[in-house]
Design a protein around this ligand. Structure first.
Ligand code: NAI
Length: 284
């Protein structure tokens, strides 16, 4: 299967990044969001990044002009009718994703691959809602997309090998280093990372050490580039809590029980960087 034209659904944090790396690799991209302002902001954001590249002498004005010819933006999902793959990066809600993928399977060509950037939801469940479950799979990027090399490629129960192979190759073509993972809550990275952050919150909750001491210990003692509680603030404590709750429900194992510290921070509205306060204070 040959990919020439990529559809990206959702022009938020992840969608804009996925569009950027795809365009920079020379693909035609159709970027769609339901909210017109989000599409506008994403296109402006991409041009701001590329403009900085020109200022620094890393990009030519011609290259940026070419990037813009590769990019089509829209709010109409019907504009995906001739793309070879849709990478969906909309809200992390199973019912919304099922509805949207069903719609995509009706709009797109028979052989268009439908990839979801879901962080943890079931690919098989999303696929079962469509007319063509064999061509649905997970393509999980990491934030910020232009910097993070990994893509987790997750086949659902009935995804064809051909589709998996095509997406592995596409991931490499857009500068990523893909890893295949079986479908399971959180796949590889979040399955390991989120319980680790949760345990750091438990250590804090039990008064074993301060926030600063915990982060310092993991940086200097375990070689982590960033402490777990600073990372929780970056991800968003509400998101970390939601993923923990999802694992706890899916596996029914007490080792995934969300930390009380997460719950208290969320109840107080201290969600991390995005609200100016989490484990750390960002108000200054
Ligand atoms: P975001 O909130 O920045 O962007 C989501 C966008 O989807 C919004 O602009 C919204 O208007 C749009 N949208 C919602 N419903 C839509 C629909 N029916 N049709 C078209 N557009 C629609 O969210 P973000 O952070 O980009 O996350 C998107 C997906 O990527 C989620 O599934 C999330 O779990 C996953 N993800 C997020 C990561 C992160 O660090 N933010 C990392 C890896 C995956």
């Amino acid at each position: 299967m040959k990919i020439k034209k990529i559809g990206v659904l959702g022009a938020g944090t992840m969608g804009a990044g996925i569009a950027q790396v795809s365009i920079e690799a020379g693909y035609n991209v159709v970027l769609i969001d339901v909210v017109p302002e989000v599409v506008e902001k994403a296109v402006k954001g991409l041009n701001k990044v590329w403009g900085k590249g020109v200022e620094k002498g890393k990009l030519t004005a011609e290259a940026v002009a070419n990037y813009n010819t590769l990019l089509t933006s829209s709010t109409d999902i019907n504009d995906f009718k001739d793309v070879d793959i849709v990478i969906e990066a909309i809200v992390e809600n199973i019912e919304v994703k099922k509805k949207v993928h069903k719609q995509l399977s009706e709009i797109c060509k028979d052989d268009t691959i439908l990839a979801s950037n879901t962080s943890a939801l079931s690919i098989t469940e999303i696929a079962a809602a469509t007319n063509s479950p064999g061509k649905v799979l997970g393509m999980h990027f990491f934030n910020p997309v232009p910097l993070m090399k990994l893509v987790e490629v997750i086949p659902g129960v009935v995804t064809t090998d051909d589709v998996v192979q095509t997406v592995m190759e596409l991931s490499k073509n857009i500068g990523k280093d893909p890893v295949k993972a079986k479908e399971s809550p959180g796949f590889i990275v979040n399955r390991i990372l989120v319980p680790y952050i949760n345990e750091a919150a438990n250590v804090y909750q039990e008064g074993i050490a301060t926030v600063e001491e915990i982060d310092k210990a993991m940086k200097l003692g375990a070689g982590m580039p960033m402490g777990p509680l600073a990372l929780a603030d970056m991800i968003g404590i509400d998101i970390a809590l939601a993923v923990c709750e999802f694992f706890y429900n899916e596996f029914g194992d007490s080792k995934y029980r969300p930390s009380l510290a997460f719950k208290q921070k969320v109840r107080a509205g201290h969600l991390g960087r995005k609200t100016g306060k989490g484990f750390y204070d960002y108000s200054n």
